[in-house]
Structures are given as structure tokens and as C-alpha cells.
Design a protein around this ligand. Structure first.
Ligand code: PEP
Length: 254
């Protein structure tokens, strides 16, 4: 049985953006108002509520960039999944390499966050990826396998899980793996999903590529088998850059 995966263009604004940048969302919503692909923007937490209001009624949805695994309590500065949902988020990024590095998040932390997100009805966008040293030591697939088994919850489905393969050395650097390298990892992720969850779930989980996706390289990346879209950092900050990337994905969706 063939299961269609709806393609997904996801933007991670990281620690960028204030109220003045919500116009970017308005422009994207107007430009892509009948889009055949899913479009998710993850702005900084203080903008979630207003961003969700701006995109209401459009194909755009809003997500968080991180969450805490606990429901509530003494966790200064953290945000629960219920708070994200209450602000209008339908998804949350977990395990981004900047969180794994800057906040020392381990696979089991990422899994706990993803579990909390899924239990709240949010889609978890779980990030995986190798460092340059790991790639140069030919350890990429072992690292990905370990991150998958450690970070991905057992209750994952095609609706509540998205995987973003983001080689750390490609994030924000302008360096991009070859299409063969991307294809190898994406094919590997699909095979591992099938082994763990069975063919139905494996066929329905979206696997995004992330790392220096730009208007100039998007079409080539979207043509790689098993690439179901992109998680985009820098180039998601303006409609001028993100819109052509979304358009390339719409063209790939046919
Ligand atoms: C990211 O942060 O997820 C990312 C892919 O960043 P960039 O597109 O800027 O490399």
C-alpha cells in the first residue's frame, strides 16, 4: 500500500524576531494561501500567541522551539507543552543540535520532551545529526541509529512525529552534504523506522533535511528520495528567502 506523505516546509526562527517581524507570516500566508504542502513556523516563544492569530485560517501553522517534559512546576524559564498548545502551537521542535550542545540535552531528555509533546497532541519535530568529526570518522549512520533509538518515543506515528536530519556541520555554515550523502541518511532513517515501527508508520513519517537550505539549493535537495521537506533556519526569517523554498517544495509535490 502506498501512503502519501504530505510535504512539510518548517522554519526555525531560533532567537530571532519580534512583533515587527509578524508581517513575514502575513506575506507567507497570502503568497501560499492554497499551498499543497504543510508550512510550519517556529518563532520565539513570546511571539507564539500573536503568530498563531496572524496565521489563523491560512495553511500556515505555528510551533515551539523547545518544551519541558514536566506538566508544570518549579522550572524557571521553561515552557510546558500545555502552554505551547494554549498559545496556538500545533508542533514543537525537540533535540535541535543547539539545544543538545548549549543545554547539554541527551537523547533521553529529547525522548521525554517528545513524549510530553505527543501526549499533549502536538507534533514533535525531532532533530538528529552528526558532527563533522563523526562524519569524518565514518560514524554518521551509527550516530543516527543511536539518536533514533534514544530520542524517538515508542508511541510515534506518522501524525505525531517528524524527523529532521540536520548534520551539525551544515547548520548555519553554508556547507551542504552532497545529495548522495543526504539520500544515504534519509534512506537509512526510513529503514530503521520500518524495522522498529513497521512499514505503515515508516511510510507515513515525514523526514526533513535541515542545514543551510537556501532558495538556490532547495529544488535539488527536494528531489532526493525520502526527503519530505526541510527544516530551515536562517532562510526562514524573511518571506523573500523562505517563499522560494516553499515554492520549490510545492513544485516537488507536483
Ligand atoms: C536549523 O537551525 O535547523 C537550520 C537548519 O539552520 P540553517 O538553515 O540556518 O542552517
Amino acid at each position: 500500500m502506498h501512503i502519501m506523505r504530505r510535504k512539510l516546509a518548517a522554519g526555525n526562527w531560533k532567537m530571532n524576531g519580534t512583533h515587527a517581524d509578524l508581517g513575514t507570516l502575513r506575506t507567507l500566508a497570502e503568497t501560499h494561501d492554497t499551498s499543497p504542502v504543510d508550512i510550519l513556523i517556529c518563532p520565539p516563544a513570546p511571539l507564539l500567541d500573536r503568530a498563531a492569530q496572524v496565521v489563523e485560517g491560512s495553511p500556515l501553522t505555528i510551533g515551539g522551539q523547545d518544551c519541558h517534559p514536566a506538566a508544570s512546576g518549579a522550572h524557571t524559564g521553561d515552557i510546558s507543552v500545555a502552554m505551547l498548545a494554549d498559545a496556538g502551537a500545533t508542533a514543537v521542535i525537540v533535540g535541535h543540535s543547539e539545544r543538545r550542545t548549549d543545554h547539554n540535552e541527551r537523547n533521553d531528555d529529547v525522548r521525554a520532551k517528545a513524549n510530553a509533546a505527543m501526549a499533549e497532541g502536538l507534533m514533535a519535530v525531532i532533530c538528529l545529526g552528526e558532527s563533522l568529526a563523526e562524519r569524518e570518522a565514518s560514524n554518521t549512520l551509527d550516530i543516527i541509529a543511536g539518536q533514533m533509538s534514544g530520542s524517538i518515543p515508542d508511541l510515534s506515528t506518522g501524525e505525531n512525529l517528524v524527523i529532521a536530519y540536520e548534520p551539525i556541520w551544515a547548520i548555519g555554515t553554508g556547507k551542504v552534504p552532497t545529495t548522495d550523502q543526504i539520500g544515504e541518511v534519509h534512506g537509512f532513517i526510513r529503514t530503521r523506522l520500518e524495522r522498529r515501527f513497521g512499514a505503515g508508520v515508516a511510510r507515513s513519517v515525514r523526514v526533513l533535511y535541515g542545514g543551510s537550505v537556501k532558495p538556490a539549493n532547495a529544488a535539488e535537495i527536494f528531489a532526493v528520495p525520502h526527503v519530505d521537506g526541510a527544516l530551515v533556519g536562517g532562510a526562514s526569517l524573511t518571506a523573500e528567502d523562505f517563499s522560494p523554498i516553499i515554492a520549490a517544495l510545492e513544485a516537488a509535490a507536483g
